[in-house]
Design a protein. Structure first.
Lengths: 263, 264
């Protein structure tokens, strides 16, 4: 990266207003810097970077297509990266721990001054970039747990007639595997009993449900504990589950019987 | 009770003495005690029953108090949510930055924010929230979002004539619209449309918010607390006679529907 007389920059953010503000602030605070590219998403950012090889890249963390971190990883050591992040407790914590440059939305002129001074110094003295692979991986990891992928499922997509409904898991009475499909017995519109089918096998579904709320009672049946009205125990190690809003009675298999033993 | 008494009388008879029912004074007192016992026990039973009834009234009162407290809580939280300081702060800071760099867009953004606030600030003079307010707020919010994402968001808001006076819990439409922006349009490369419509269906009011955003990824926990709390609020406001439904829009997107009794 040789530093020509006029350093160049790329701005990537999905909000045009923010790009406009940043372009304006840069013109005021760093008039020599030429903004050569503006990208609306991560994919455009990578494309434009490869085409124009700017010295500095301002990358919004949350962009559709490809995140700012992913773009930075593609850019590697070829440019100085400054991240732009929304005001967010977790993101700020992640940045404060690391050495990466970042700006917080909404952008403030005063905060920009310090960051730009550091960047200029680095360009002038031809220092290597701080956005190392290790730091980026660390940042990606610290922002990861915020993605709710591991959180229990809250809605289930299921076909009801011709439409695909999103059924809140709270409204499910029980789930039952039925050869190819899983039957979802739920309280639909106005609390009326509804039945829907989904392709996800019961076993895969159970793994995504909140174990404190959903309990398997049979090889092929999982019930919502909140939907149970009572359980009766019969002779011979049997038990039946009754629901608050349904007339069906479901048997508990021997394997799960211990769950319904009185204390 | 008489049984215990009998045992007591038999046991207290000294050895060698005739059984108590042969002794006139003792037999008399036995009779009197038995009668008294009957009276006392039924009285005890009665007070127990009364106490039980009292208890259940108190329980009901406590439950009602709890409900009232919850309603008040919800109202307070709502006041905060409706004006959402965070959103307000962000938009104002954006306006300031636009002014700083001399952008001609500062003024239209500020104008949109003002109309949003006008719609969002609760009207204390109105005893209930009306659909007209909800529509205004949804429109103003979408207009602001369109300034944020001009190349990625188109929208329409329409309602059947004469629905403006209908009762509608505060931020019902706004919650659905916010969800559509946040989970449908924001993550989408190409953006999409958000269409809001409110119709009268017989005795009921049907509000629909349809977006053509990315839709819901399988297994995503994304569509979260906003919608769950809206459900609760609707249930509270219409004593359980309201529905919130979500379904998929093809090829991608979400249709969120709220249905509730049309009341003024």
């Amino acid at each position: 990266m040789t530093t020509p007389a006029a350093p160049t920059a790329l701005i990537a953010d999905d909000e045009p207003l923010l790009r406009e503000v940043l372009v304006g602030l840069l013109a005021l605070q760093w008039p020599e810097l030429r903004v050569v590219a503006q990208a609306r998403n991560g994919l455009e950012a990578i494309e434009q970077f490869e085409a124009l090889k700017p010295d500095v890249c301002f990358l919004d963390i949350h962009m559709p297509g490809s995140t700012g971190i992913e773009v930075a990883q593609r850019i590697g050591g070829r440019a100085h990266v400054v991240f732009i992040t929304a005001f967010d407790h977790y993101a700020l914590e992640a940045f404060e721990q690391g050495a990466l440059d970042y700006l917080v939305k909404p952008l403030q002129a005063a905060r920009l001054t310090g960051t730009l001074a550091r960047l200029r110094e680095r360009l002038r003295t031809q220092q290597p970039v701080v956005n190392s692979e290790a730091l980026l991986a660390q940042l990606a990891a610290s922002l990861q747990p915020r993605e709710p992928a591991a959180a229990p499922l809250r809605w289930i997509r299921a076909s009801v007639g011709a439409t695909v409904r999103l059924i809140p898991v709270d409204d499910i009475d029980y789930l039952k595997s039925d050869e190819k499909y899983t039957l979802v017995a739920w309280r639909g519109d106005g609390g009326k009993q509804g039945e829907a089918f989904i392709r996800t096998p019961l076993k895969a579904l159970v793994e995504q449900l909140d174990p404190a709320r959903f309990q398997q009672i049979h090889r092929s049946v999982v019930v919502n504990l909140n939907a149970i009205s009572h359980v009766t125990r019969g002779d011979n190690e049997t038990a039946d589950v009754y629901f608050k809003h349904r007339s069906e009675v479901l048997p508990v298999s021997r394997t799960f019987l211990h769950l319904f033993k009185a204390e | 009770m008489p049984v215990v008494e009998l045992i007591f009388y038999v046991a207290s008879t000294p050895a060698g003495a005739p059984p108590f029912w042969r002794v006139p004074t003792r037999a008399g007192s036995f009779g009197a005690l038995t009668f008294l016992g009957m009276l006392v026990s039924s009285w005890v039973a009665m007070t127990a029953l009364m106490r039980e009834r009292d208890e259940s009234t108190k329980r009901a009162e406590r439950a009602r108090g709890e409900l009232e407290r919850q309603a008040l809580d919800a109202r307070l939280r709502l006041l905060q949510a409706q004006v959402e300081p965070h959103f307000l702060f962000n938009t104002l800071a954006n306006v300031q930055a636009l002014v700083d760099v001399g952008s001609p867009r500062a003024s239209p953004v500020l104008a949109s924010l003002v109309s949003y606030l006008r719609a969002a600030v609760p009207r204390l003079s109105e005893p209930v929230n009306r659909l007209s307010q909800e529509l205004e707020m949804a429109r103003a919010y979408l207009a602001l979002m369109q300034m944020r994402l001009p190349d990625r968001l188109e929208f329409s808001v329409q309602a059947d004539a004469g629905l403006e006076r209908l009762r509608c819990p505060p931020t019902t439409l706004l919650t659905l619209v916010e969800n559509a922006v946040r989970h449908g349009i924001d993550p989408s490369l190409d953006g999409g449309r958000i269409d809001v419509s409110v119709q009268l269906r017989g005795e009921r009011c049907l509000a629909q918010v349809r977006d053509t955003g990315v839709g819901i990824a399988p297994g995503s926990g994304g569509l979260g607390t906003g919608l769950s709390t809206l459900r609760e609020r609707l249930q509270l406001a219409f004593a359980g006679d309201a529905d919130l439904r979500l379904s998929e829009v093809l090829p991608h997107g979400v249709l969120a529907e709220v249905e509730f009794p049309a009341q003024t």
